[in-house]
Design a protein around this ligand. Sequence first.
Ligand SMILES: Cc1ncc(C[n+]2csc(CCOP(=O)(O)OP(=O)(O)O)c2C)c(N)n1
Length: 669
Amino acid sequence: MANQLDLLCINTIRMLSADCVQKANSGHPGMPMGAAPMAYVLWTKFLRHNPKNPLWPDRDRFVLSAGHGSMLLYSLLYLTGYDLTLEDLKNFRQWGSKTPGHPEYGITPGVETTTGPLGQGFANGVGMAIAERHFASVFNTSDIEIVDHYTYAIVSDGDLMEGISHEAASLAGHLRLGKLIYLYDDNRISIEGSTDITFTEDRCKRFEAYGWHVQRVEDGNDLKAIEKAIEEARAETTRPSLIAIRTHIGYGSPGKQDDPSAHGEPLGAEEILKTKENLGWPKEPLFHVPQEVLDHLRKAVSKGTELEKEWQEKLDTYKKSYPDLAKKFVMWIQGDLPHDWDKVIPSFDPDEKGIATRAASGTVLNALANTVENLMGGSADLGPSNKTLIKSSTDFQAPAYEGRNLRFGVREHAMGAILNGMALHGGIIPYGGTFLIFSDYMRPAIRLAALMGLKVIYVFTHDSIGLGEDGPTHQPIEQLTTLRAIPNLKLIRPADANETAQAWKVALETEANPVALALTRQVVPVLDRSEYSPAEGLEKGAYILKQWGKGTPDLILMGTGSEVHLALEAGRILADRGINVRVVSMPSWELFDKQPQEYKQRVLPTSVRARIAVEAGASHGWHKYVGDKGKIIGIDRFGASAPYKVLYEKFGITTQRLVEEALSILNNP
Ligand SMILES: Cc1ncc(C[n+]2csc(CCOP(=O)(O)OP(=O)(O)O)c2C)c(N)n1
């Protein structure tokens, strides 16, 4: 079993975690106490990382999917020498600290992804492993393996219960991601009690059925058995691995081990003392870290520096032998775009008959994909509808991982989190498509992309009742609104093909935010830009597309996407009646809100109170642009099954309605 030093290290992790939770008077001590041995084995025997450079591209990735056990990760990061102090640990869960309640990407050096919503980290890891395989097949040569890293995670009962883990595990098994290794903290306790009351299927058989390599370790304190299992998992190269390790939540605590109360409550001062006594740990001082523990675990620094140095040397040779590949490698990793990448963005000729913005998106994506070679993604089984296929590439399928077309299957939620994992891995610009309505199925992952500030692109087509006959189950109503409510997410709903091209440009230029494109199923005219303002105006979120008249207008009509064309028709009719009317195309609230006040005033002058917004979706939120005198033409009910032109009529999203409302506002100032 464990030797003295091993045990000392493991107990340090346990008690540091328990002490910090106690000091914060909130947190989750039980999981770190139970899972400390597996984490210790993984981090000391296997994990190739460099605490002094958490961004070393060829490091192994470690995901703590059970993010509530954050103190486990913080203890490991501190003890192995990341830029985290004991003081930081003592500030666990405090305002402005580097040790927030759940691990947050970008706040703590060494935290690879934000976890806490169970199951997300599980699927992030799959995305990381996909990215690694793609990188390896693009960059590794017969003589130099410049990409060679594993993705490890610790996952919990909660992770495995969540539906997203089923989706992600199924895909990972199908894709034969052999360098994905998950340690399952099989403590059989969740918040409400034993998993006997909720979760009784055979987890191991489940993963075997997915095509995973599955092992059991019966004693979570048996370091040798854990080590052997990880070795075997690494030796298995064509299947992802799950190692179910039987642990005990709150291990060492006489009163709380195996008790659900150890999950999410401090042990209590008295119980901590009893635990320390039980584990042979000194009662004083708190946050005790024996010097020999620090000396032992900090070897990660010299080892990591050495590992990275060796890799750097390999990169130097690679640069000499394969200068073009090396240049591309560095460019991808740095997140740079190739020179003149945007020159390939097509422009579309005016066309009354029109083209669906989803089709325009497909054309633009395909043009971009030829120069931006790290653009990689797919759809949740709606590729032909979403137009997400890169025609010049192949599928990403085992063992041909050079393909850039991912087939996510009908797994929107996992797709969202896998895209996050790919972005977190670095070097890839991931995109994923589905119908806008099913953005709801991936919303938790979208939210995390926004929270983490990840460059992920969503291709959401069939963006309104304009999809027609499929009916209310498929027609988005509140989705535009609810996506706009997510901080840091840019939603863009372009009006025509050229705005769609600009939307893709914005998406690729956006460094640290996800971007969602909302695109039509139905055709919309391609506007003649000699008559209307250039589509580049999209960059500013809203722009004056057309004004019939000079100076301050009498009336402003604003809209997004397909409804911009209704506003233009209405504008023309009103202009014929001598009204000075302005039509504003407003594809992105978020982009517009970021503009200087002066620009916003120019587009929507405060003095013009006669305003109408039109959008085939919930009216919620448009008030801030139309003001108290304005009108919103939206849809505040569920849709219906009928041809789309009938639906627009029935729901009053028409030119005629716009004209009537406009006259009514103007006649009642
Ligand atoms: C999606 C999601 N739902 C609910 C929660 C709240 N929650 C946190 S931990 C947990 C379950 C704990 O069980 P387990 O994952 O086995 O962790 P352990 O008890 O072993 O610490 C729940 C329901 C969450 N974090 N994420």
